[in-house]
Design a protein around this ligand. Sequence first.
Ligand code: PMP
Length: 427
Amino acid sequence: MSTATDVFAKIRGHERVAQLRAAREADVLPYFRRLEGPAGPIVEMEGATRIMLGSNNYLGLTEDPRVIAGARSALERYGTGLTGSRLLNGTIGLHLELEQELAAWMGTEDAIVFTTGHQANLGALGTLLGPGDTVIADSGDHASILDGCLLSKAKLRAFRHNRLDKLAGQLERAAADPDARGGTLVVVDGVFSMEGDVAPLPDLVALCRAHGARLMVDEAHAAGVLGARGAGSCELLGVEDEVDLRMGTFSKSLASCGGFLAGSTEVIDFLRIQSRAFLFTAAAVPAAVGAALAALRIVRSDEGPELCARVLRNAAYLNRGLHALGFHVVEPQPLPDGSTVMTPIIPVLVGDDWKAVLLWRALFDAGVYVNVALHPAVAPGAALLRTSVMATHDEATLDRALEAFARVKREFEIEHGPLPAPAVPAD
Ligand code: PMP
């Protein structure tokens, strides 16, 4: 028996497809641009040299000879791929060393390595939660967190980005929900991937405690950047022992590809035998594991703190420079001790999707590559240019990027009207 509707029918006329075509035709598509060399502070991209302000290679370690040597020796010893799951034929000594060293770094009993960070979130949330449980997520959480929540079939409740009053409301609603027979997990990004701000973790811990909820923190953009050991936002904010589960990825500071979860032996061992995103996929290729291990060793060496300090200094420099040019950038956040926290992510608010794309193209032509974040990566009408820096950028390069931003802004505003101004006016 045939069905009347072709499942592919929805593709035709899909809003996203129309946008993709229009952007291609106008040659302003900010995505899938071709890199022709290493992802350093200055890159070769589509026949030109461009300043890279759109990479998550925060410590610049993808080009470090020790990280390359780690990848190369793993490749030479174990070959190009493991062709099987960690459970069966895919575990090598490097995975076990990496898990041990990650747990020591995070200060947890154990850690488990996944093939990607996306799978780590899916594998944790989809396994630890089930029907009857409640998961409460910040609206700015990464897509992989949302995917894990949906996979779990737990009741998903969202709260407005960083709004503790809204979280408290959701915790109360969950407690009063007769269908919520199971437990509650709150899950947040430690550093939000698009906004670049830090979750108010001490307050989140207190709220979770008061309501008997568990707390999971995604440290993808914080591990290898924040805290004295570079262990992330939980370390920086002094709540490592109070957060139940931490997730991280190798695809940013750790200069590779893969992900991990760090927590108690009880939870990590459960994931080892029960997490489908861990069991039913091939282990990361040896070169990826060797590179991540070498990068982790650099972060944990005496060099680590200086690398972390350098990327944050560069971020402060770019943030101040963009602010002085009249761009709306997220301000460094105050901490309870009176200091402020900077992250390597400096979003420039644009608002309108097409304006963001056109501004991206003008910067690209001026020799600066940034990322464009549109809905659903950000709230509707809150399109932004996501800029990010590396420890290996120098001030002269950042100055050249700022000159390009200044020139492009002048010309852009004449043609398209004013861009959003800083919340706090520039001096
Ligand atoms: N969590 C966050 C906050 C992320 O930004 C990302 C990747 N952009 C991931 C998880 C997924 O990590 P991976 O790239 O290793 O799949």
